[in-house]
Structures are given as structure tokens and as C-alpha cells.
Write a protein of this length. Structure first.
Length: 452
């Protein structure tokens, strides 16, 4: 092992890794994106497809990405270069690392804008503004809020400052400490909202919408969205799981930890759906509202509840907590690379990466107002970055990770790192990572783009 591979700190325990990796995975993808995609693509049919993608593609790739990270002990770019040299493979494999870092960076650029909305709503929901508000009024408010480049810029900036402040403190002082407190708080808030939703009068319809599939409503686009959501939600293909794996102590089980993280992520997504859709149906709202679902429909429900301002504030604090734990993971690969390759201190690297991400994110912030007419391939900047990252870059990055772990890395190395014993667990993972995951992604791509 080279000196370069000994530079990074490590998680203090398996629990610390699980909390941090869960924080990386559990974010806006669970609470903001999963519900609105389920609403757009038929509810239960989308959920079943999503769960299959998580089990057959997501979990095997998460194990592989964590494996590569721990073996390389560096940023994703340097890890892939080091492991390619170890396997006597092409140095071009390092571009898998570049792809992941770029995807995570681009995701954070627009992720920060949406997270800024959640920050703003924490304060706005705590006013008389939303009391007994109707759909037309909340729609006007949301459009006015999005249409202000000043508001978008301010909240985007505040969220990026919060992200940089945490990341700059390092593994134990920033990432681990934030995850230790924020993840249990997030789960507790979600449980409270689920309990309230169970008594809202719309729980039966919300449950049926999520768990009774109607596959006639599922299209190729919906299957692609489900797969993209599995990658987006689990944090795959964006470098964050790989760099978090690089901090994982050697004695910790990669497979067991990855299964726990994926299970927690999936449970939170379903809990978010069970908190949101019963309220949507109880108040006669429309589930297929798209990205504005939690910002346009839920304030109506909160405005009609007893002490609704309190539940509304708790909900948007929950969204903020989920967003910030994922944001620090999205920027971490870039920070690690800057520290390794340019010799910058962690604070300097965090500041430079944060500033660059903030600047790029202005394009997404302005796509809702002054740049709303600027379109490429019929999509605004926000829509284009979201589509490219979630539906193309992340699955492609995940497939490259799968191909490297399954076909390039020597079997004895991956078998020794995973320590799955003499049973069927390792052979099963190897079949999934070599054949099922790559072919599954390829078939979804071909179907979505009309080839199949």
C-alpha cells in the first residue's frame, strides 16, 4: 500500500459508516423525488419496479463501489487509477472515477437549489400565510417564489455555505458528527409524520396508491425513471459511496453494511410516500404534481390541520436534514481529489469545490425564472442536468463499476475483501455484478430510447 493510500482518516466504527452512508443515500431522492416520480408513473407499478432495481442492480453495485473504495483508500479518480494498475488494466479506467465525481458535482449544483426551497419553507410555513390556503393560492405562492432570481440565489447560497461548513471539518469532526445526530432525528420526524398520516382519513387510498401496482400505467420511461431513482437514491455512480468506502476500517463487513444502508434508504422512501400520499388524498389533491409535489400540495394539507404549522415546519426541517447529509457526500469526492492532487488543506478544498458548485448551480436556480426560456433538447438547465445525471451518468458509472469489480479485479482480491465465507453469497453477488446488473441497465436504456 502506498503512502498516498494512507492519507485519509477512517470512520470510528461500523455504526459511524452506516449512519454516514445512510445519510449519503437518504436525501431529497427519498422525500422529494421518490414520491413525485411514483405519482407521475402509476404509484404501485413504479414502486415494484424500483424495488426490483434496488435488489438486483443497486445493492450489488453498492457492495462493489464500497469494495473498490476501501481497496483504493483514495478519491474515486485516484482509486480507479491505482486499482487499474494493480489489475494491470488500462489507465483509462480512471475516467470511471472522473464520471462519478462529475455526476455528484452536477447533482449537487441543482440539489442545492431544491434544498434551498426546503430551507425557505421552514420559515414560511411557520406563518399565517398557509392557514386555510387552497390549491390556487399555494400554486401562485410557489410560482412567485420560484420566479424570483433573488430568492433562488439567496437560499441556494445559504445551503451551500452550510454544506461547506460541515465538509470542511473532516471525517470525524464534520461528516461523522453530522450523521450521528441528523439521521436519528430524521427518522424520528418521519415516524411522527407517518403516525399523523395514518389518522388523516386518506391513509387507505395512499397505501393502495403506493402498494397496489397497475402495470398498464408503467411505460419504458417509467422503468428508466425507476432505475435512475435507484441509483440517485442509493448514491451510486456519483463517487460518494466509493469515497465513504475509502474511510471504512478493514474489519467491517462491506456486504452487511451495504445491505443495511440500502434497506434503510428503501424504508425511508416508502415511509416518505406513506407520509405524503395519505395527506394528498385526504385533502383532494393530485398525486402527479411533479417536482412541486411537496412544495405545492403539502402546504395545503398542513394549512388545514390543527397545529399544521408545527407539522409543516417539522416536515421541512426533515427535508433539510435529509438534504444536508446527502450534500456533504456529493461534494466529498471533489474535496478528497483536491486535497490529494493539489495539496490543499481540507478547508481550502471544501471552499473551492463549494464555490465552483455554487456558481454552476446558478444555472439551475435561474432556469425557474430569468433563464426559463433557455432550453436545450427541449429541457431547461435544471431539467437537463437532472436527466443527464440521474438517467444517464449514474447508471453508466454504476455499470462501469460493476464491470471493473466483476471482470477486471481479480476474483481472489474481491473475495478476500468481501469475506462472505464458503457459502453461496459470494457466487451470487458475482453473478449479479457480472451479468444481471450490466445487462439490466443496458436493457432499460434500450427500451427507454425505443430500441427494444
Amino acid at each position: 500500500m502506498t503512502d498516498q493510500r494512507l492519507l485519509h482518516a477512517q470512520w470510528s466504527s461500523r455504526t459511524a459508516f452506516i449512519l454516514a452512508a445512510s445519510g449519503s443515500a437518504i436525501g431529497l431522492g427519498n422525500i422529494w423525488k421518490f414520491p413525485y416520480l411514483a405519482g407521475e408513473f402509476g404509484g404501485g407499478a413504479f414502486v415494484v419496479t424500483y424495488l426490483l432495481c434496488v435488489a438486483l442492480i443497486g445493492v450489488p453495485i453498492m457492495i462493489a463501489e464500497t469494495l473498490l473504495g476501501r481497496r483504493g483508500r483514495q478519491s474515486p479518480i485516484n482509486t480507479m487509477l491505482t486499482l487499474a494498475e494493480e489489475a494491470k488494466a488500462s489507465p483509462y479506467w480512471r475516467y470511471t472515477g472522473w464520471l462519478g465525481v462529475a455526476a455528484g458535482f452536477l447533482i449537487l449544483s441543482y440539489y442545492s437549489v431544491i434544498a434551498g426551497w426546503a430551507m425557505a419553507y421552514i420559515f414560511k410555513i411557520n406563518s399565517a400565510l398557509f392557514v386555510n390556503i387552497d390549491a390556487e393560492q399555494t400554486g401562485r405562492f410557489f410560482e412567485a417564489f420560484k420566479s424570483s432570481p433573488e430568492f433562488q440565489s439567496i437560499w441556494h447560497t445559504l445551503f451551500m455555505i452550510a454544506t461547506v461548513a460541515i465538509v470542511s471539518r473532516g471525517v470525524s469532526g464534520g461528516l461523522e458528527r453530522a450523521s450521528r445526530y441528523l439521521m436519528p432525528a430524521l427518522f424520528a420526524m418521519l415516524v411522527a409524520l407517518d403516525v399523523y398520516a395514518m389518522n388523516s382519513g386518506g391513509f387507505g387510498r395512499g397505501f393502495a396508491f403506493l402498494f397496489y401496482p397497475d402495470f398498464d400505467k408503467l411505460t419504458g420511461e417509467g422503468v428508466l425513471a425507476a432505475m435512475g431513482q435507484a441509483f440517485f437514491s442509493l448514491g451510486l455512480g456519483m463517487g460518494s459511496i466509493m469515497v465513504y468506502g475509502s474511510y471504512l476500517p478493514s474489519h467491517v463487513s462491506i456486504a452487511r453494511s451495504s445491505l443495511f444502508v440500502a434497506s434503510a434508504d428503501t424504508v425511508v422512501a416508502l415511509m416518505a410516500g406513506l407520509a405524503i400520499f395519505p395527506l394528498v388524498f385526504a385533502h383532494g389533491l393530485e398525486p402527479g404534481m411533479g417536482p412541486g409535489l411537496i412544495f405545492q400540495t403539502l402546504p395545503i394539507a398542513f394549512g388545514q390541520m390543527p397545529a399544521g404549522w408545527l407539522f409543516g415546519m417539522v416536515f421541512f426541517v426533515l427535508v433539510f436534514f435529509a438534504a444536508i447529509t446527502s450534500a456533504v457526500a456529493l461534494i466529498e469526492p471533489a474535496v478528497a481529489w483536491l486535497s490529494e492532487n493539489l495539496g490543499l488543506s481540507r478547508k481550502q478544498a471544501s471552499l473551492y469545490a463549494g464555490a465552483a458548485c455554487w456558481f454552476i448551480g446558478l444555472g439551475s436556480a435561474f432556469s425557474f425564472n430569468i433563464w426559463s426560456e433557455v432550453k436545450l433538447f427541449g429541457k431547461t438547465v435544471f431539467e437537463l442536468v437532472d436527466f443527464l445525471t440521474a438517467n444517464l451518468m449514474l447508471p453508466l458509472g454504476g455499470v462501469l463499476v460493476a464491470l471493473f469489480a466483476g471482470w477486471v479485479m481479480k476474483r481472489e482480491i474481491s473475495e478476500a475483501e468481501l469475506e462472505l465465507g464458503e457459502g453461496r453469497a459470494y457466487p451470487a453477488w458475482r453473478v449479479l455484478i457480472r451479468y444481471v446488473a450490466p445487462l439490466g441497465v443496458l436493457m432499460v436504456f434500450l427500451d427507454a430510447f425505443g430500441v427494444l
